[in-house]
Design a protein. Structure first.
Length: 399
């Protein structure tokens, strides 16, 4: 989709959004000038999303929920978080540890997980949140302040991963998809890297950046050679996709602080053979703005989300390299059903409430909704009991 094509389906930016996007664009233009006129897509995505005080996740705008740019599963229904809480309770019973949530969004999942664990008499001593967005952190504080004192007092916010050994559960819901990624295009037997440069003068003032090819550096070239060698079928000429080289260090960092327990990762993604299918010629990169999805990252910089699906095979390989065990991999539907989603819906005796909750459940588990595209993966250390969320399905042989 071209910039003009993407822009035609999106609502126009407001005055404040235009001003903010212009400030982010100015920062990126300055870095482009210092880098000789070209940036890797990874660096562009990092600046657009995380530049201090300016990036999409660093600045104060409504991002999640009906009034934001996208909706996550904890916002769709509390059923999601109640199921996650049950999986946490199982792990906590065997570790006596705490919970650490990465990127807690609005704080909704934290609130529901704590309430559900309280009912199950399985509360951790501490529920820590590591949040890079100052705006989201304030939203989390406001929401969690409404909890009963005994629950509210367990919540703490961290600026970095724990320096002390951590035991318990680490939750990462829709975190991996926002890690900055590299982009590449197949050219003959090799590849070219797809990055960002300044666009030529245009009649539209928002047309500032464009995609531009460059020679792949050794790290990306090696990663793509290994990737292509591992695939069952060759990738066609012009095939464009992404590879996230930050997955391995991210998992290594999580593994380094986990002494006993589980890392529970939920995100949209695929095993490698499906992710890099020869027919998926344009990759999985998506941008989200006011509940609309498109594939042009060069517009609305700083005021739209940029994501790419997760290569769960790369994630699993990184886990093994970090000394972790891949203890479960399943669709979101199978995970939630394994933890009693249907019974939760059946608990609603009021007819209207039951209909509402049943509708939410369908959105979470139906294949055409979130049920198949989203996956759950459990990485464990020092915990070898079967995990209830993976009792109905085991997709590890697809990795």
């Amino acid at each position: 989709m071209t910039a003009s094509g993407a822009r035609s389906i999106l609502p126009p930016l407001g005055v404040a959004e235009l001003r903010h996007s212009g400030n982010v664009a100015a920062l990126i233009r300055e870095e482009l000038a210092g880098a000789g006129g070209w940036l890797s897509f990874e660096r562009f995505m990092e600046l657009a999303l995380y530049a201090p005080g300016l990036g999409y996740y660093s600045a104060g705008s409504a991002k999640i929920g009906a009034g934001g740019d996208f909706v996550t599963a904890p916002e769709v229904s509390d059923l999601f978080s109640r199921c996650v809480a049950r999986q946490c309770a199982q792990v906590l019973s065997g570790t006596r540890g705490d919970i650490l949530e990465l990127g807690a969004g609005t704080g909704r999942m934290a609130a529901i997980v704590l309430c559900e664990l309280a009912l199950a008499e399985a509360l951790p001593a501490r529920y820590a949140i590591l949040e890079v967005s100052a705006d989201l952190r304030e939203r989390q504080r406001a929401l969690l302040a409404e909890l009963p004192p005994d629950l509210r007092e367990r919540v703490v916010w961290l600026d970095t991963l724990p320096e002390q050994p951590f035991s318990g559960v680490i939750l990462a819901n829709e975190v991996a998809d926002a890690l900055p990624c590299r982009r590449f295009t197949c050219k003959g037997s090799g590849i070219r890297e797809l990055g960002i440069a300044l666009a030529p003068a245009s009649e539209h003032p928002a047309d500032i950046f464009q995609e531009q090819f460059a020679t792949a550096d050794p790290a990306l070239a090696q990663a793509c050679r290994e990737l292509r060698a591992a695939l069952p079928a060759p990738l066609p000429e012009g095939y464009t996709s992404e590879v996230c080289l930050r997955l391995a260090p991210w998992i290594a960092a999580l593994g380094a602080c986990l002494t006993r327990g589980a890392i529970l990762i939920s995100d949209y993604g695929l095993p490698r053979g499906h992710y890099y299918h020869p027919q998926r010629v344009s990759g999985t990169l998506r941008c989200h703005f006011r509940q609309l999805a498109h594939d042009d990252p060069c517009i609305n910089v700083g005021v739209q989300d940029i994501t790419a699906w997760v290569d769960f095979t790369r994630l699993a390989d990184a886990a093994v390299a970090a000394g972790l065990t891949v203890s479960g991999f399943a669709t979101q539907a199978a995970f939630l059903l394994g933890l009693g989603l249907e019974a939760m819906v059946g608990e609603e005796s009021d007819e209207l409430q039951h209909a509402r909750v049943a509708g939410e459940a369908r959105r979470l588990i139906m294949p055409e909704e979130m049920g198949e595209a989203f996956k759950f993966m459990a990485l464990t250390r020092g915990y070898d009991k079967p995990l209830a969320g993976f009792q109905l399905q085991d997709l590890r042989d697809q990795l």
